[in-house]
Design a protein around this ligand. Sequence first.
Ligand code: HBI
Ligand code: FE
Length: 294
Amino acid sequence: MMTTAPTVQPSAAIGMAPVVYGQSDRPPRGDYSRANGDYTCAQDYAAYTEADHDTYRRLYERQSALLPGLASQHFIDALPMLGAKDRIPRFEEVNERLRRATGWEIVGVPGLIPEVPFFSLLAQRRFPVTDWIRKPEEFEYIVEPDIFHDLFGHVPLLFNPVIADYIQAYGQGGLKAAELGSCEMLSRLYWYTIEFGLIRESGGLRAYGAGILSSSGELAHSVRSTEPQRLPLRLERTMRTLYKIDSYQPTYFVIDSLQQLFDLTAADFTPLYQQLRDQPTIAADALEPGEVAL
Ligand code: HBI
Ligand code: FE
């Protein structure tokens, strides 16, 4: 699960753990003292223990068995290209395949990083992947995104050309949003698509969001449970909708196709930010008057 867009104190010296505010009040995990100026850090492959590789293998084995009928076929088709199911992969090995496929590469980071460095990396087709893995006792649940969330949840769809272009466009849009003070609105769009998005497929719903795809419980819950509400993705609505970081989502937004997602980014969001700035946010579990859930 990923915490929300961190707000970093300007005084946060590079190299120290950024004072990361958001809804998660836990201190950031990860060793930020190893990070470069752009928050990237080299993957310290020797630091992984056999217990780390075993945790990764067990998470991968369990999660990949849950995918049929629940995960988007786009994801299922792309997962084998990650090429790492028995041990934590060397990022450079993944990058040889990923660069050939869509020109993306993954780079190590110590954990969540501030918005502008995050957007800058995405705009350069460099996806930040947390370089540590949860402890065995956290096997069932972890709040922060660890290497399994990022590698299993996010990286396979970077092999998909449409998503690859969307995420770079999101990064470019994010740099603009930062100038306009509209990061929070844009991070809601990211949250309800790349992290927790659903897509219509095969006459039903499937998950394409990394936060769902890397969660053993939320995958079936998001697609099959009658508990959450599901709404069609609309920029004006989604960008006003608050989200929760430490529970299943009460609302999921549904797209008809990956192309629809990419087409959304074609527009310049500046007028939209101005229009939405004065409108109240919507609670994560609320329905607006006249709205009918899918
Ligand atoms: N940092 N490492 C990392 N991974 C993310 O997914 C991430 C982040 N920082 C901010 C963030 N995501 C989102 O809030 C963006 O929408 C800003
Ligand atoms: Fe994520």
